[in-house]
Design a protein around this ligand. Sequence first.
Ligand code: SAH
Length: 215
Amino acid sequence: MSHDYRLARERMVKTQLIPRGIKDQRVLDAMLKVPRHLFVEEALRGEAYNDHPLPIGHKQTISQPYIVALMTQALELKGPEHTLEIGTGSGYQTAILAELCEKVYTVERIRPLLEQARKKLWELGYTNILFKAFDGTLGWEEYAPFDAIIVTAGAPRVPQPLLDQLADGGRLVIPVGGKFSQDLIKITKKNGDIVQKNLGGCRFVDLIGVHGWKD
Ligand code: SAH
């Protein structure tokens, strides 16, 4: 019942996001609005608003709500931005981004996941998202530079093409580290210089590609 899911979202925002420091009201509103339960398989819908990641098939996961909110808040989206997302997965993070900026370019290497996300996001009425089945460690040259870039898989190092495709003044958020744990890194480009901030520990599935882990 959609009424129960609305309550579940309110509870998620109140107990998981606000107490841990998510304070960007636009991010909180997007998390209240997007029906996360529709991005997991039916049998898992009752768990969709719980404080942990969930499997989405192909050995991938939909990130924990708090991590989605934390990464999104770090992108500092105000509305007019063009955002590149690497790792479409379920499409949930994509929907959150589509609520908060002008255009989302999302790249996923597993085609069936991309097609499933495309269908879902279309059904939900999003028209400001472009999709590509590709190795996202190479970015999306054609539409660069991007005001914001988010990588939702763990990388051994920051892929150079993503740094190159980040606009001046832009923000890049990416988990970087080993296979079993990473640090969430926020990079800001200022007059060509790179400023790095560590947002804390996290655990993501592998970013696989030319500038990521080997398959
Ligand atoms: N944001 C997604 C998280 C999905 S998990 C969600 O909330 O559902 C990470 C995704 O990154 C997986 O679907 C995986 O296939 C994808 N991925 C890994 N390496 C990639 C690459 N080089 N390019 C594009 N997608 C990649």
